[in-house]
Write a protein that binds this ligand. Structure first.
Ligand SMILES: [Zn+2]
Length: 291
């Protein structure tokens, strides 16, 4: 708790400047405008919405589904045995999540014992980053950018939406609802199949672009340099997609170049006056959280 307090005080001095708030409003408006331009795809989503709403995934269910996702993920990749690192990542992640409209979710952050470069989110607020990703972060604002991107997937319910669309596409809404109503034990096999699928194929590209846009804003609101996430994307740009550690990420996301192009259109100088911090060094954080 003391560490969280110290972290919050450090960041509070930098957070929530008037300009960051204005940028948030601007991006919200830009996203609404983009949605209204979706045309037929937007209409389809509008038609699907009442069906999706009737599937009744409220917040407690969202959290329960998310825990099933997390159990599946952890079945494939164990957590790293490093309590100090987990304290740090949770402190940073929860500080970022506090800047969003869903601060009260049971946000939990974990580091997977995996040398690959990846990050995963589940419904309800579980977020995992790999050991290999952490090792390649050049500063704290880059890690803040990655965590904020994952947080954005949670607050916008991208995985819940993908699960619902998958059920609808299979024509199995009734089966889905019936199994859900019987309880988690009945529902788990369905979710397990979906989880394997979604983490190997990825979300809709538009959800990834949205998570980038919102992620930049969350990091800025938390007092970090908003160019942390673009910095990570530049690192990815220089990697070989066939390098084993990066393959999954490249297969499940739009290319780093497309993501940078998309971000530059909305950032377009609007964050130039933002004096966010690149954060403390990982060596300092390591000392701080090992105490
Ligand atoms: Zn993503």
């Amino acid at each position: 708790m003391r560490a969280l307090y110290k972290f919050a005080v450090t960041c509070l001095a930098l957070a929530l400047s008037g300009s960051a708030m204005a940028q948030f409003d601007f991006l919200n408006k830009a996203m609404d405008a983009a949605k209204s331009k979706m045309g037929p795809a937007g209409n389809l989503l509008d038609k699907a919405k009442p069906i999706i709403d009737s599937m009744g995934i409220d917040e407690p269910k969202e959290i329960e589904i998310g825990n099933t996702f997390a159990a599946s993920l952890l079945g494939a990749k164990p957590l790293l045995n490093d309590p100090a690192l987990h304290r740090y990542v949770n402190t940073l992640g929860r500080w970022l999540a506090l800047q969003t409209e869903r601060p009260d979710l049971p946000w939990t952050f974990g580091v997977l014992d995996d040398d690959g470069f990846n990050a995963f989110a589940t419904p309800g607020g579980n977020i995992f980053v790999t050991k290999g990703l952490l090792a390649r972060m050049r500063n704290e604002s880059e890690l803040a950018g990655v965590l904020s991107h994952e947080i954005a997937h949670v607050i916008r319910k991208h995985y819940v939406k993908a699960l619902q669309i998958s059920a609808l596409a299979g024509g199995s809404v009734e089966i889905f609802t019936e199994r859900w109503n019987k309880g988690p034990a009945e529902f788990r096999p369905y979710i397990a199949g979906f989880v394997k699928d979604v983490y190997s194929k990825g979300l809709d590209k538009s959800d990834e672009y949205e998570a980038d846009r919102i992620g930049v804003v969350i990091a800025a609101r938390a007092g970090f340099d908003p160019y942390g996430l673009p910095g990570v994307l530049q690192t990815l740009q220089s990697q070989n997609p066939r390098d084993g550690g990066f393959t999954l990420l490249f297969e499940t996301h739009p290319t780093p170049t497309d993501r940078l192009d998309s971000l530059s259109k909305v950032m377009n100088g609007r964050f130039d006056s933002n004096n966010g911090s690149v954060g403390k060094s990982f060596a300092e954080r390591s000392k701080e959280f090992s105490r």
